[in-house]
Every structure is written in structure tokens, then in C-alpha cells.
Design a protein around this ligand. Structure first.
Ligand code: IFM
Length: 440
């Protein structure tokens, strides 16, 4: 790595991130069925129809996994608490689920790791999916109740709480592009989900504040967007893509408005009275999480219905996901968030990482590409700090190879290799490199 801990401000946190459904093993501990289970069970949605029933068996092996964080010298762990584990039908409490998170948080504290909790990282209980999921406004209130329940149990010990992970994925990717559960391709469902997920954030924030919780934020994903050529049409496409993925959520949360060009596309598909929710959505947050992976170059797609645009493949090196590697994009979003939306509010890079076709050879995993990737992105974050962004931490995605949603177990993002036959964990060379870099 071309950086060391002391290159960053005092108190800067280094950590790694995971999410419940991707690692825990949802078949254990009384967790309820989720829309990801049914999405995966439907042919053509997920590679080999794999699901999160066993995943990394973190449910039973969490002590070993937390030791990996501690032994790397990490300061914090970003994890999520599964709604369907705590409330299998979305409403009824499963005591075993609460007990699990109680043990998990205590185990983090015993190891000196700051718990960064995420309330929703995508495992919507099937019983709520049956009622329309995020297209149904009622889901936002059930989410508020889940927020109360889990906070009553572990809120006294978590260091930071994020309401939603990547609302664009929850809404646009899942209801317009159909790539994630529930796999819809419907503009009206999309408009509703894109508003309701923001409202769910706002309702959860209110519930957290009612309990006196501090250090509450939200985690948004950003995708660097530029025109594929010099034509005005490509510029228009890039602007629209930027509005949909990069501005819709932060503008609502920081300013209480939505980008007009997206509202124009949604026409009358927005739920009635959405304007009345904007005050609740835009209440103050304590920090913003920035997830960043790649860039896209956009061109017009004439003749296609709104948004009438397409992605044009770029020329940069790519990861196992075919995502272009573009560290300057991280600097762009950290400085842009500070300048245009949140000022001096703490920013965390809550996810950044790359998938690679890693193999264990002679007991080791050689992944110099990942070491370079992490190094380059941390240097971009360091430059953003020098340019005025109040960045206070970096979480590598992910601690473990895990369930990569529609890609099943094929794409490996971890700094720790997981053999999905034996579940053996093998720290990769990048894990050791990160450990050395943050040791001093
Ligand atoms: O694995 C996902 C994670 O659940 C959310 N952010 C992006 C990661 C890599 O695709």
C-alpha cells in the first residue's frame, strides 16, 4: 500500500464492511423468508439460483470473523441487522434474532471494534413483499417499528447507525432495471419505491431521534458519470443518469427536493402527496456514508422510452464485475458532497473494493490487483481531505468473499477468501498489506 495510517487525520477509522444476508446464513436462528429467497428461486435471476441460506455461516462463525478484523488492526466493523431475522414476517419479534445481534455487538466491543450498524441492507421479509414491498407506503412504517425494536436491544452499544444501504439499488436497480429483488421493470413501481425508500429513511431517523440516538446517517452509492462523446445528447444522458443515481437521494435528504429532470420522467407515477413527506426526509443527519466503486460513460438511446440512454463501455482496466477502475471518482464524490450538499458533516467511505477471481494456491491468495485498488482509492480519499472534505473513515467492501446477490458466490470481493465448500477463511495478500499499512 502506498499510504500509512499516519497519513490520515488523528482518529480516522479503518474498517471493513459486510451485510447480514450476504454472510450470516439466513437458514439459521429463525430468520424469515425474504424477497431475495424467492428472487433467487426463480430461474434466470441469480447465477446457479444460489441464495443466502448458508452464505459464510457467519451466524456460527462470527467470533472467528471478528478476530480477523481485530488481528488486522481495524478500528471499526460495518455490519447490518437483518429485518427478517429480527422480525421474520416483518412485524413479529423473533427473540433468537435479537439475541444474535446482542451477542454480535458485545463480541465487537470485546475486541475493541466500533460497531457501525446498517438497519436495511436489502433482506425485505417476504410477508411485506407480498403486500407490495417498497411500492407500498405502509412498509415505511413497519420499517420504523423494526428500527424501534432493534434499537431498544442494541442501540446502547452501537457507535453509529445508518438507516438504509444504497437506496438506488433498493429502488431503481430493483424496480426499473430488474437486476435485484423483487426484479420488477416498471416505472410506476420505481417512482414509488424511490420515494418510499427515502421516506423510510426519514421515518427511521425520527424513531432514532425519539430514542435520543446520535451518530445516525445514511449510506448512498455513487457512480461517476460522464458523457461518452462530445454531443449535447450524450451530455444530456450523463446529466440524467447523474440525477437518477447520484442526486435523487442526497438532494432529498440534504435539501428536501428532487431533481426536476427525474420528476419529469416519472410524470404522474409519484405517490399522491409526496411533497408533504419532504420535510421528514430532509431532517438533519449526523454523517453521510459514500459507497463508491466505478464510473459509467453515457450516450443517448434515441427511440427508447425515458430515460432514453445507454452505457458505452470504457477503456480503463476492469474488475471481475467488469467495473472500470477509476479512483478519481471517489475524490470527485467526497469533495462534491462536501461542497454541494453536506458541508463539514463527517463523511465515511462506507464501501469501496473490488471483485477478483481469487484462488488459494499453497495456502495463500495472491491479489496484487486488490492491494493496488485499495491503495489508489485511499490516496484519492486522502486528497479529498486535503481539498476540504471531512472524511473520517474508510471501510473496505468486503471483509469476506460472500453472496454477491444476482452473481451468487461467483464474484469475490473479500480481503479474506472463503472456500464455500469447507467455509475455511484464508486472509488474502491484500489483507496482510492493509494490516501493515494501518499498523503505523
Ligand atoms: O455486495 C454489494 C453490497 O451489498 C452493496 N454495495 C455493493 C457491493 C458490491 O456489489
Amino acid at each position: 500500500m502506498d499510504f500509512k495510517r499516519t497519513d490520515f487525520p488523528e482518529g480516522f477509522l479503518f474498517g471493513a464492511a459486510t451485510a447480514a444476508y450476504q454472510i450470516e446464513g439466513h437458514g439459521f436462528g429463525g430468520a424469515g423468508p425474504t424477497h431475495w429467497d424467492t428472487f433467487a428461486a426463480t430461474p434466470g435471476n441469480v447465477i446457479r439460483a444460489e441464495d443466502g441460506t448458508l452464505a459464510c455461516d457467519h451466524y456460527h462463525r462470527f467470533a472467528e470473523d471478528l478476530d480477523l478484523l481485530k488481528n488486522a488492526g481495524m478500528d471499526a466493523y460495518r455490519f447490518s441487522t437483518s429485518w427478517a431475522r429480527v422480525m421474520p414476517d416483518g412485524q413479529t419479534i423473533n427473540p433468537e434474532g435479537l439475541d444474535f445481534y446482542d451477542r454480535l455487538v458485545d463480541a465487537m466491543l470485546e475486541r475493541g471494534l466500533k460497531p457501525f450498524q446498517t438497519l436495511y441492507h436489502w433482506e425485505l421479509p417476504s410477508a411485506l413483499a407480498d403486500k407490495g414491498g417498497w411500492t407500498n407506503r405502509d412498509t415505511t412504517h413497519y420499517f420504523g417499528d423494526f428500527t424501534d425494536t432493534i434499537t431498544d436491544r442494541i442501540g446502547d452499544r452501537v457507535h453509529a447507525i445508518a438507516t438504509i444501504n444504497e437506496p438506488w439499488c433498493v429502488s431503481f436497480l430493483s424496480h426499473f432495471l430488474g437486476h435485484h429483488a423483487p426484479g420488477l421493470r416498471d416505472i410506476r413501481a420505481t417512482a414509488r419505491a424511490m420515494h418510499h425508500i427515502n421516506l423510510a429513511h426519514g421515518i427511521a431517523m425520527s424513531r432514532l431521534r425519539d430514542k435520543g440516538m446520535t451518530n445516525c446517517g445514511v449510506v448512498l452509492n455513487f457512480d461517476h458519470t460522464s458523457p461518452a462523446d462530445t454531443s449535447p445528447k450524450a451530455a444530456e444522458a450523463a446529466n440524467l443518469q447523474d440525477a437518477i443515481i447520484n442526486r435523487w437521494f442526497i438532494e432529498a435528504i440534504a435539501k428536501g427536493t428532487y431533481p426536476q429532470e427525474v420528476l419529469d420522467g416519472f410524470c404522474d407515477h409519484m405517490p399522491d402527496g409526496w411533497q408533504d413527506d419532504m420535510a421528514q426526509i430532509s431532517q438533519p443527519i449526523d454523517w453521510l456514508g459514500v459507497n463508491y466503486y466505478t464510473r459509467h460513460q453515457m450516450a443517448a438511446d434515441p427511440g427508447a422510452p425515458w430515460p432514453a440512454m445507454k452505457t458505452v463501455p470504457g477503456h480503463l482496466a476492469t474488475t471481475q464485475m467488469d467495473w472500470e477502475i477509476y479512483p478519481a471518482g471517489l475524490h470527485h464524490f467526497l469533495t462534491r458532497m462536501a461542497q454541494d450538499y453536506v458541508g463539514d458533516l463527517p463523511l465515511y467511505v462506507t464501501e469501496n473494493g473490488m471483485a477478483w477471481d481469487d484462488r488459494v494456491e499453497n495456502g495463500a491468495v495472491h491479489d496484487p490487483e486488490r492491494t493496488q485498488f485499495v491503495s489508489d482509492h485511499l490516496l484519492a480519499a486522502k486528497q479529498a481531505i486535503a481539498d476540504g472534505a471531512n472524511v473520517q473513515g474508510f471501510f473496505y467492501w468486503s471483509l469476506l468473499d460472500n453472496y454477491e446477490w444476482a452473481f451468487g458466490y461467483e464474484k469475490r470481493f473479500g480481503i479474506v477468501h472463503v472456500d464455500f465448500e469447507t467455509l475455511k477463511r484464508t486472509p488474502k495478500a491484500s489483507y496482510h498489506a492493509l494490516k501493515r499499512a494501518i499498523a503505523h
